[in-house]
Design a protein around this ligand. Structure first.
Ligand code: BMA
Length: 863
């Protein structure tokens, strides 16, 4: 009855208000992506340009520079960042646009120092690539041709200027001192620019300090009113979701209609209408509304990702304006409560504590306009397929583009979002702080409607560097105590005041965490509280087993490097470069201890590979092996540790790095492997006091009856012993399920030729998880030659490979010249087993070509 009354009211209101006339969209826009030309300031020759884009890409397209990713070409293009560049375009305007009451230019992203001229008048100066700039141009537009110019000043020259003005030195990680492209007097200028830190070189990235109009440019015009921002807040999530739409809009001073209507439309259905009185200038409107029987949004692996499209429509007699967001309904909280260990650090989603499985993400390219929707789709689908539920957007890159977060919403990938600060201290003058504040406000407002966004984090490794890497002591020693205090005051201003205040004011349902790693505000990492980065493996040369003894509350970084596969390496090298110590391979490795460290660890566990191609392959096995030990340790200890994010998901150019997916999109052994190690069910073991302890880990939200089976098998397939047990895989837990005394398996065994095969099956005999335990390191195994038999078949959309083996086959790597990945690769085959894998077809790879380059590598053939 009540509902009918409301509907009637809505209908009468609509009819009464808008029975007669035309209702125009108050806004119009022109995309300014065409006719762009560019030149360097000291050269009169204009050339065609791409917008959005960057200078390096334009120069490359024109053949002025060679691809900086190929061999050593990066070294030859270092002159580009020391010059100023001009971009210009022209566009035609008609009376229609000129008659609009308001017009502004919208620059969504300018990298970084831009002077903007319209019809020869300087209208704006920008200095932050993470902000957008809206420039009022109403009085500067004219009928017919309009000329738009953007002068991009050298970020290096500007950085040096700011560096010299400061009067003291700020500690910065050594990245921008890469031999390549040294900056005048070795001045560390990256921190003075609000520009992606990795552009200045990182320990996995080239030094290519580009500039450009890296996001779109539009001329936008409007009459009467314009919606600036829409924020959908979830007030209560119960049988009914109670929501609130906060609408910020501007009303023109020549206001015609005093009354408008605000409609809320959910998935195309009008759910609320309110009458609104206008005032000229800025207006804020709050409209509460409801969604009945809400469907919840869940992280990947836990349930569906239900999404609702919420549209707000403001209408007067003659005009309307709309804005919309796609939201998901879920609760999320970072739980930090004192407990018997210290203080917890875990995420609770929809009331359930959830173990976070994922990786750190860096931008997909040095040249940011290059990755397209398909690339975002690809990398995030890869994360989803590998059973990840969290991605950390690391602070030396960028606040990603909207499509990144849209895809994370769709795929159930929660986002740990760093603000863009990494491995450096920062200046603290007033204008810098104000710039940071505006950057934070804009990005928080842009991203806060995404259900995937889980946490705001102030910075990457700034606090730990100051306290534990000798930075503070260095400043006190080489400069003064006062300067050290000044530098740390800037730290506190940014990370303990400005950023948390912005999060509190604009996104108060989400937590803010000041620094990763850290144990509390201003306190460096501890294993008992907060989150950790663990680099004793790799940087500290400790064995992979040390992951087992260093369990933090939440692991946000740990990693180990590998090379891309041979087919990828061939894309940026020549045959004369095929040695890991060639100049080209060394240049495509940016960790100071890089290739030697891979080799050192490799020789601990594996036989020396016989050639370059096999070295690349074994390096991937090594990386996968190491990270598996880490992830299993974190998951086994979930009573203490509630997250395992390894360093790093992807690459921004072709390089040896910690990534699991190479620049060309090829999954390394690691990425294939984490798919298993991150799956909802895992069997993992520990050897304690001469007994083997078997853990079953379940991230499922329901208890499951299952069979745990352990078989002692030799490489020829003879079963030597076995143990089995029905168990309950308890929901959302890790528990010890079986103990076997080591005498039971060690006594009757030739350790070099035997392994334990662990399986967890449901009562339909479906494998939920499996794992293997070897008794010797891989180099001491007596691996048989498996002589795998295989067939390749062409299907409608994919090629299918069926493999069969009688003997044990270690790390079967199917090599093809395709940019796609297999359903599985780098896998072990137990004796007398069969495996079916597939790979999607590509337009340029017919069956003949596919078979031509097909081969199989196994570990036993590599030495
Ligand atoms: C981490 C990151 C990066 C770095 C990586 C490997 O700590 O935060 O700065 O690339 O280590 O050294």
């Amino acid at each position: 009855m009540k509902k009918n009354k409301i509907n009637l009211f809505i209908i009468i209101f609509i009819l009464a208000s808008f029975s007669s006339c035309n209702n125009y969209d108050s806004a119009s826009e022109i995309n300014l992506t065409d006719n762009w030309m560019f030149r360097s300031v000291d050269n009169q020759q204009w050339n065609s340009a791409t917008v959005p884009g960057t200078i390096h890409i334009d120069l490359m397209r024109l053949g002025i520079i060679d691809d900086p990713f190929y061999r050593l070409n990066e070294h030859d293009v270092q002159w580009i960042d020391k010059k100023d560049w001009i971009y210009r375009t022209s566009f035609e305007l008609t009376e229609d646009v000129l008659n609009k009451q308001n017009s502004y230019l919208e620059f969504s992203g300018l990298d970084t120092y831009a002077k903007i001229f319209l019809n020869d008048t300087l209208l704006a100066n920008t200095n932050n690539m993470f902000r957008g700039y809206n420039i009022d141009v109403k009085d500067f537009l004219k009928l017919g041709t309009n000329k738009l110019e953007v002068l991009l000043e050298s970020p290096i020259k500007k950085g040096i200027e700011k560096h010299d003005q400061l009067g003291y030195s700020i500690p910065v990680s050594g990245n921008d001192l890469a031999e390549i492209g040294k900056v005048e007097g070795n001045k560390r200028v990256s921190v003075f620019n609000r520009k992606a830190g990795y552009h200045f070189g990182w320990d996995w990235g080239p030094r290519l300090v580009t500039s450009g109009i890296w996001k779109h440019v539009k001329l936008k015009s409007w009459d009467q009113f314009k919606i600036n921002d829409l924020y959908i807040q979830q007030e209560i999530l119960d049988e009914t979701a109670i929501l609130n739409a906060s609408i910020n809009f501007t009303v023109d001073k020549d206001i015609v209609s005093k009354d408008i209507r605000a409609d809320i439309i959910v998935d195309g259905n009008l759910v609320k209408t309110s009458a609104v009185k206008l005032k000229s200038g800025e207006n804020n409107l709050e409209v509460p509304f409801e969604i009945k029987d809400p469907k919840l949004w869940w992280p990947n692996g836990m349930g569906e990702q239900a999404l609702y499209n919420i549209e707000v429509r403001l209408s007067s007699d003659n005009y309307h304006a709309t804005a919309s967001h796609r939201i998901g309904l879920r609760t999320i909280e970072l739980v930090r409560e004192p407990d018997s260990i210290g203080t917890s650090f875990y995420f609770k989603v929809n009331g359930h504590s959830i173990f976070m499985k994922g990786a750190n993400y860096i931008p997909q390219d040095v040249f940011l306009a290059r990755p397209k929707k398909v690339n975002y789709e690809y990398i995030l689908s890869s994360a989803q397929e590998a059973n990840m539920n969290m991605i950390r957007v690391w602070g030396g890159g960028i606040y990603e583009k909207d499509k990144f977060y849209d895809l994370c919403d769709e795929k159930g990938l929660l986002i740990w979002q760093d603000f863009m600060f990494a491995c450096a201290m920062y200046p603290g003058n007033k204008s810098y702080l104000e710039n940071v504040k505006q950057e934070a406000i804009e990005n928080v407002k842009r991203l806060r409607n995404h259900p995937s966004l889980a946490l705001w984090c102030g910075n990457n490794e700034v606090l730990i560097a100051w306290n534990n890497w000798g930075w503070k002591d260095g400043v006190i020693k080489n400069q003064s105590k006062e300067i050290a205090d000044t530098i740390f005051r800037s730290y506190e201003d940014i990370f303990h005041k400005i950023l948390p205040d912005v999060v509190k004011e604009y996104d108060n349902t989400r937590s803010y965490w000041p620094s990763s790693p850290g144990s509390a505000f201003g306190e460096t990492q501890k294993m008992e509280s907060g989150n950790a980065h663990f680099w004793w493996v790799w940087w500290g040369k400790k064995p992979f087993d040390s992951y087992n003894d260093s369990i933090p509350r939440f692991m946000a970084e740990f990693g180990f490097q590998s090379f891309p596969e041979f087919n990828s390496v061939k894309k940026y090298t020549l045959p004369e470069d095929y040695s890991i110590y060639s100049d080209v391979m060394k240049s495509h490795q940016r960790s100071s201890i890089g290739n030697k460290t891979i080799e050192e660890y490799l020789l601990r566990d594996y036989n020396k590979p016989k050639d370059f191609e096999n070295f690349l392959y074994v390096s991937q096995l090594l990386q996968a092996h190491g990270i598996k030990i880490g992830i299993e340790a974190h998951r086994r200890n979930r009573y203490k540790c509630m997250g395992s994010l390894y360093w790093q998901l992807n690459d921004c150019w072709p390089v040896a790095s910690w990534s699991g997916i190479d620049y060309y999109g090829k999954w390394k052994a690691l990425h294939y492997n984490v798919k298993d190690v991150f799956s909802n069910f895992l069997i993992s073991h520990e050897i304690k006091n001469d007994s083997l302890e078997i853990y079953v880990i379940s991230d499922s939200l329901i208890d499951i009856n299952a069979k745990l089976q352990i078989d002692l098998i030799d490489f020829e397939g003879n079963k030597i012993n076995s143990w089995g047990k029905d168990i309950l895989a308890n929901a959302n837990s890790a528990s010890l399920k079986m103990k076997i005394s080591s005498n039971d398996y060690l006594d009757h065994t030739i350790l070099e030729r035997t392994f334990l095969y662990l399986t967890l099956r449901d009562f339909d005999n479906k494998i939920l998880a499996d794992n293997k335990i070897f008794f010797k390191s891989y180099k001491d195994l007596n691996l048989p030659e498996p002589n795998i038999e295989y067939s390749i078949a062409e299907k409608e959309n994919h090629f299918e490979i069926i493999l069969e083996t009688e003997k044990f086959a270690k790390n079967v790597f199917i090599v093809v010249n395709s940019s796609n990945n297999f359903s599985d690769n780098f896998f072990d085959m137990i004796p007398n087993s069969k495996k079916r894998v597939k790979i999607q077809k590509e337009p340029n790879l017919d069956f003949k070509l596919f078979k031509k380059d097909f081969k199989i590598i196994t570990l036993d053939q590599t030495y």
